[in-house]
Design a binder for this molecule. Structure first.
Ligand SMILES: [Zn+2]
Ligand SMILES: [Zn+2]
Length: 446
């Protein structure tokens, strides 16, 4: 029998546990584990060598002894002791050449894993295996030496057995594509690492105050360490949309950190009205991932009352962040309260409505954002513009334009950096007193 001779050759050369011998024949026989395969092969060899022994063939003793030492076989040892009528010296028994007997520690590994995943919400998981390089090389060389074609890899067997155990004990589902949690196990060092899939929660926010930045602004003097200028807070503004929305999530999900992504941003002094601005919060390493989004929404809106309001909270995937960034150039609708240096006529309002609708504005990066944006000239389209005089020097303007157009500079002209501008068209210097975002119009329904 070729297969038995094969197994015998392997054992003659290297000590192998039941798992590691059986694994070399893993694709043969269905619904049986590798250790049972290995055990069966060793048992067949014990029977054969017992026959040799009884026929006074020296090979009988030699193979039985080898199976005891290299095969770590209890049956071989018991048989030899029975045949020889004395206690056999087992001091030569070595650890398995391929796994260093690590399959015997599987139960311990499982216990460590169960401990390390305690407290984490998950439905799906994946077990990944890390092996020491020398072990991997050793397994590869072994496979080549014995021309193993029906085998399974050591990594795969560990992952499969551990995955099966964890699934059974936790009632969770192993999943390859996008598991909630990845358990990375090194069976040789017994070290466990968890890779927790981030959570993405999308929504829209409205902003009702003119003193709130979108994101956290670190103090320029101390860069977040806290100094006299910022009263030790490390921040330029005591709160932001980002913080108001994220802080309840930090607490509820018990996560490592949150990242706030939004489709564009409004100025600190601009209101965000209408249906609100789309955003996504990325939550890193959340312990809790199955949230009641309705309760969450109520909690945020209570904490941020009269300042910020969120709506449409929903789970999304990572791709949504990219879509959101793309949506920055989506249409925006603004309302601006503008004041001119000199009084304005009814005719000049008609001029604005005529000259500023359906045209592209050339806008060089505004001076006030040059410190954080590259100095470029961009073209942004205005779809429509409505002007209403509210006093001799003041008008209210509603603008529907491509996202990314800086409205304050459209009004002032920014020293000629925005062309044309409301100031330049009327030769009457204008400035923005109030700015509100009335709508962020995206293609999706979220
Ligand atoms: Zn082994
Ligand atoms: Zn400071």
């Amino acid at each position: 029998m070729e297969l038995l001779i094969n197994a015998l050759e392997m054992l003659n050369k290297y000590p192998l546990c039941d798992h590691c011998l059986g694994r070399q024949f893993a694709l043969l026989g269905y619904n049986i584990e590798n250790n049972e395969r290995g055990k069966a092969l060793k048992l067949a060899l014990v029977l054969q060598s017992n026959q040799f022994y009884s026929e006074r063939n020296q090979q009988g003793y030699d193979i039985l002894n080898m199976l005891m030492v290299n095969g770590l076989s209890q049956v071989a040892k018991d048989t030899l002791e029975y045949l020889e009528k004395n206690v056999i010296d087992v001091s030569k028994i070595q650890n398995c050449f391929l796994c260093d007997n690590k399959f015997q520690s599987l139960e311990n590994i499982i216990l460590i894993i169960l401990e390390s995943i305690t407290g984490y919400d998950f439905e799906t998981f994946l077990v990944g295996i890390e092996l020491p390089v020398e072990i991997e090389e050793r397994n590869d060389e072994f496979k080549a030496l014995f021309n193993v074609v029906y085998g399974e890899s050591l990594r795969h067997e560990f992952a499969r057995l551990i995955g099966k155990k964890i699934a059974g004990l936790t009632n969770k589902i192993p999943e390859y594509a996008n598991p909630d949690i990845q358990i990375i196990v090194n069976p040789f060092t017994m070290k466990i690492r968890l890779q927790v899939n981030p959570l993405f929660i999308a929504g829209r926010y409205k902003k009702f105050v003119r003193t709130l930045p979108q994101s956290k602004w670190y103090c320029v003097k101390c860069r977040g360490n806290g100094c006299s200028k910022c009263n030790g807070t490390g921040k330029l503004y005591s709160e932001s949309v980002e913080e108001l929305v994220s802080e309840p999530l930090l607490e509820i999900t018990d996560c490592e950190k949150t990242i706030f992504h939004a489709s564009g941003r409004e100025d600190i002094d601009a209101l965000m009205l209408g249906a609100g601005r789309p955003f996504v919060i990325e939550i890193s390493k959340p312990k809790k991932r199955f949230l009641n989004l309705d309760l969450l929404m109520k909690k945020i809106n209570k904490i941020a009352e009269k300042k910020v309001e969120v709506s449409n909270l929903q789970y999304v995937n990572k791709n949504f962040v990219r879509q959101l960034k793309k949506g920055e150039s989506a249409k925006k609708e603004y309302r601006a309260l503008v004041e001119f240096e000199n009084e304005i006529s009814q005719a000049s309002m008609a001029i604005l409505e005529d000259k500023l609708a359906k045209i592209s504005i050339k806008q060089q990066t505004p001076k006030r954002v040059l410190h954080r944006r590259a100095d470029l000239t961009r073209e942004r389209y205005i779809y429509n513009l409505n002007v209403k005089r509210v006093s001799p020097k003041r008008v209210e303007i509603k603008i529907l334009c491509q996202g990314g157009l800086y409205i304050k500079e459209l009004v002032s002209g920014d020293g000629g950096r925005t062309m044309p501008s409301i100031s330049s068209l009327l030769e009457n210097q204008a400035k923005t007193l109030e700015l509100d975002v009335l709508n962020v119009i995206t293609n999706d329904k979220k």
